[in-house]
Ligand binder design. Structure first.
Ligand code: G6P
Length: 632
């Protein structure tokens, strides 16, 4: 993980780099630092903690007005704990380096460099890079020394390097970690993520593995690390605006991003439904109907929240298109020697498109000759560039470390793919596809309805924020949503939360239930599980635990049904009163079962948010997490 940035140009470079680092902070935030040339010598300023601490340490940025070239780093520790000595940039003679990734052969390199007389001041793997370049510079000019040094590195890296002897230059190199060049008017940027420079330019070049960028104020040159021939790359204009990466008056990115869901979902649908309204424009993704038709199995691989989206996708694809689906956690998939035949469609889901385990799984599938489709949010990400086909979820930058808007967008993407697969395979009629897609078009409005009732969720949060354990239970497609609800809560509030299939409750989790452990149920009135879930709720209540419920509120009427004593009443939907054995109920609008899952995810995100805020947690940057996990 970690975020790196380099700037060269006429602006106050320290201020530009600090601002960029704040935007990269989601990648890691245990320590940070900057380096620049000062009167012919490299100067570094580093500190433990967040960028704001580094900023305080730097003091008045006007002091650095003449510093035209600066590199900066925000860290998520891998080798060596979070401390000042391990914070980047690292130095060797006139060289300073910032690095994102892991150098796998740093131990033999460290030994070799120590034998050559270099002194190591940190516990990091990164320090070998600057010494290696410095060592090579004994015989070679700067650029050639960098080429030679990276030739010796094994592992993953995006590096930005400055040299006090060529003070207007930054060199950037990447392998298996993202690096983007920002091309401005008389200024250039190198960064782990384009959001760091969007305020200055939207023109960007995404470096490929093994490419090297030499960046100066006046321009840039991109070559392969193995040759000095230009790589012939041209900038693309990014579709994101600067304000998309700002808080716009919100206290937290997380709430802003939850609120952005109606527009994000409208964007994902826009232009993608074929004329006639009964199919999906597949060409845009690089897929053909023929390919979908001959797909015999779908394999979905992802991590974290994206994995939960994949699990929900299984219910959608299998039920709509009747194709078997296998879903795996990327770090497991790679090592279990999966049986791949060639007639599968492999789908990787990754918000960032840079998660190391997901990329490794995608590469494995590609190597096995399987069609790979990446569902990602980031144009130019590695998942995008390496996959055969790509479905952009168009959610705009997601800065909050815990995914929210990109989760519901991933679910919507999988829903569209399910309809496309179902159409291609003749598993659904034109009429049914049209109805399914029409319901998707109505989804953003329904999410708006939920968001207009945030106070209801906040009330439930207020009653429960002191609990230390939580259970989330659902069945069918609600089960992965329960998993996501539990993950959100633990990420944001550090409450121990578990998601379970409700039918599994009696096989163990019920032992945990007492008055201190609220159980939140997800109940879709259209599912086949209504009675079973209601029984589970009773089982929990009879053990004195607090029952919370997210439902579409339409408990099917039956003749002998009586309101349950103590149950809270809800008066939504056609004015019908229903009673559930629950103390806190949130009703979501009516939708088909697949889209109901999307709707149910929203109050769970809000619940985690409000509980986190009430417990005084840093909801945008929870402890120990990072948004993009680019190491295995
Ligand atoms: C990290 C983040 C999670 C995210 C996961 C996968 O663990 O903290 O929020 O779901 O990575 O990220 P991806 O970018 O591949 O979706």
């Amino acid at each position: 993980m970690c975020g790196i940035i380099g700037y060269t140009g006429p602006k106050n470079a320290v201020a530009v780099v600090i601002d960029g680092l704040k935007r990269l902070e989601y990648r890691g935030y245990d320590s940070a630092g900057v380096a620049f040339t000062d009167r012919g010598r490299i100067k570094t300023v580093r500190s433990v903690g967040k960028i704001s601490r580094l900023e305080n340490l730097l003091g008045d940025k006007q002091r650095y007005g003449k510093t035209g070239v600066v590199i900066g780093h925000t860290r998520w520790a891998t080798h060596g704990g979070p401390s000042k000595k391990n914070a980047h940039p690292h130095k060797s003679g006139g060289i300073a380096v910032v690095h994102n990734g892991i150098i796998e052969n740093y131990l033999p390199l460290r030994k070799k460099l120590k034998d050559a007389g270099f002194e190591f001041l940190s516990d990091t793997d990164t320090e070998v890079i600057c010494h290696l370049i410095n060592h090579r510079m004994r015989e070679l000019p700067f650029e050639d020394a960098v080429r030679a040094a990276v030739g010796e590195l094994k592992g993953a890296y995006a590096i930005a390097i400055i040299n006090s002897e060529e003070p207007d230059k930054i060199i950037g190199v990447r392998r298996d970690s993202p690096l983007v060049l920002g091309v401005g008017e008389g200024e250039s940027f190198l960064s782990s993520d384009a959001s760091a420079f969007l305020a200055h330019t939207k023109k960007a070049i995404f470096l490929e593995d093994g490419e090297m960028a030499v960046v100066t104020r006046g321009g840039y040159r991109i070559t392969r690390t193995g040759s000095s021939e230009p790589a012939g790359k041209v900038p693309q204009v990014l579709p994101w605006s600067e304000s998309m990466a700002e808080k716009n008056g919100y206290k937290h990115f997380m709430l802003k991003e939850i609120d952005e869901q109606p527009s994000a979902l409208a964007d994902i649908i826009r232009g993608r439904i074929a004329p006639g309204g009964d199919g999906i424009n597949l060409q845009e993704f690089g897929l053909s109907e023929k390919e979908l038709k001959k797909t015999e199995k779908v394999i979905i691989v992802a991590c974290g929240t994206s994995w939960h989206a994949g699990l929900a996708g299984r219910y959608m694809i299998e039920q709509m298109a009747r194709v078997p689906v296998e879903v795996d956690i990327a770090s497991e998939f790679k090592y279990r020697r999966p049986i791949l035949k060639g007639n599968e469609l492999f789908i990787s889901i990754s918000q960032s498109g840079e998660t190391a385990d997901t990329l490794a799984a995608q590469r494995l599938a590609k190597k096995a000759g399987i069609k790979t489709l990446a569902i990602t949010n980031v144009v130019g990400s590695t998942a995008h560039r390496e996959a055969d086909a790509v479905f952009f979820i168009r959610s705009g930058p997601e800065i909050g470390v815990a995914s929210t808007k990109t989760f519901t967008a991933q679910l919507s993407a999988l829903y569209m793919l399910s309809v496309a697969l179902a159409r291609a395979r003749g598993a659904t009629t034109r009429r049914d596809s049209k109805r399914l897609l029409q319901e998707l078009i109505e989804l953003p409005g329904k999410i708006e309805d939920i968001l207009s009732r945030k106070d209801e969720v906040e009330r439930i949060a207020r009653k429960n924020f002191k609990k230390e354990h939580f259970l989330f239970l659902g069945r069918g497609i609600s089960y992965p949503i329960a998993l996501e609800g539990a993950l959100k809560l633990k990420e944001i509030s550090y409450i121990h939360a578990e998601g379970y299939p409700a039918g599994e409750m009696k096989h163990g989790p019920i032992a945990l239930i007492d008055e201190e452990m609220p159980a939140l149920f997800l109940l879709s009135s259209k599912s086949q599980f209504v009675d079973k879930i209601l029984s589970n709720m009773e089982e929990v209540r009879s053990r004195n635990a607090r029952v919370l419920l997210v439902t579409d509120g339409q408990k099917p009427a039956s003749d002998d049904e009586k309101p349950v004593a103590g149950g809270q009443k809800t008066a939504r939907h056609n004015g019908e009163f229903e009673a559930f054995p629950a103390e806190g109920i949130f009703t979501v609008p009516d939708a088909n079962e697949f889209l109901l899952a999307v709707l149910m995810a929203v109050p769970l995100q809000l619940l985690a948010y409000y509980i986190g805020v009430q417990r005084g947690c840093d909801v945008d940057q929870p402890r120990n997490l990072a948004k993009s996990v680019t190491v295995e």
